[in-house]
Design a protein around this ligand. Structure first.
Ligand SMILES: [Zn+2]
Ligand SMILES: [Zn+2]
Length: 248
């Protein structure tokens, strides 16, 4: 059984060793010049999404002059803007899993580095909030991967990452294989704003590692907006882009 706590001395030792060794590509381990980056072949293997696409949901818009996709126009989501660094694929998936289950916490910095250019036009008052895990899951894993990424982005963007501004109060089953309405039902009531969260009039930037259907982030956004947040965006590392989503 894996211990839920990382031995502080061991991880300190590792950090010192990492510092002394030449930086390596987060994808393949090749020696590279800059820490927390990818080598050119790994970089080329990934589909970088950038800031293009639907103004709101960020999905690629094909053969249209519109700024917003048909689905967002017909049924505007609670999230005002969604951006992801890469399309979810073999390598981005491996990076996310290694952070989450492999305890390669340095990958949070790599992910943040490539998410940082997706910053929106936010005011100084905006808050960075990671999509929370249920406390039992934090207890068994030892950390919330999205919190680590949010902290790195907070450092880069010089933005506050308040603790416990949003909580997950319900454990949810994995949403994989569920229909859209089943997912929505599964995450309904799963989130709650924390005590004393000052969200009125604020812009909130949710941070997550992987975006699949968006049901979880939508549930967060709904709660945050109810608590007075005027704008909620989501910035994540990777997102699943299904071919069917490109047919508009
Ligand atoms: Zn590489
Ligand atoms: Zn859209």
């Amino acid at each position: 059984m894996a211990s839920s706590l990382i031995d502080p001395l061991r991880s300190l030792g590792r950090a010192v060793v990492d510092y002394a060794l030449p930086p390596r590509c987060a994808g393949c381990g090749e020696v590279i010049e800059e820490a927390g980056a990818f080598c050119p072949p790994c970089w080329n293997r990934m589909e970088w999404l950038g800031s293009e696409g639907c103004e709101r949901c960020g999905l690629p818009l094909l053969a249209t002059e519109a700024d917003t996709c048909g689905r967002c126009l017909a049924d505007p989501p609670h999230l005002h803007r969604i951006r992801a660094a890469v399309a979810y694929d073999e390598l981005p998936r491996a990076i996310a899993l290694n952070l989450k289950y492999g305890r390669k916490v340095g990958l949070a910095r790599t992910m943040a580095r490539y998410m940082a250019p997706l910053k929106g036009a936010w005011d100084d008052e905006a808050l960075l909030i990671p999509v929370p895990l249920h406390r039992w899951r934090i207890w068994s894993r030892g950390f919330n991967q999205s919190t680590l990424v949010a902290r790195e982005l907070g450092r880069i963007w010089r933005m506050p990452t308040p603790n416990n501004a949003l909580r997950r109060i319900k454990r949810t089953k994995p949403l994989k294989g569920m229909s859209h309405s089943q997912r929505r039902k599964a995450v309904a009531g799963a989130f709650q704003v924390g005590d004393g969260s000052e969200l009125a009039g604020k812009t909130v930037i949710l941070i997550d590692d992987v975006l699949t259907s968006g049901s979880t982030a939508e549930a967060c956004a709904k709660v945050l907006r109810k608590a007075g947040a005027v704008r909620v965006e989501l910035i994540c590392w990777a997102r699943v882009v299904r071919p069917s989503q490109l047919m508009r």
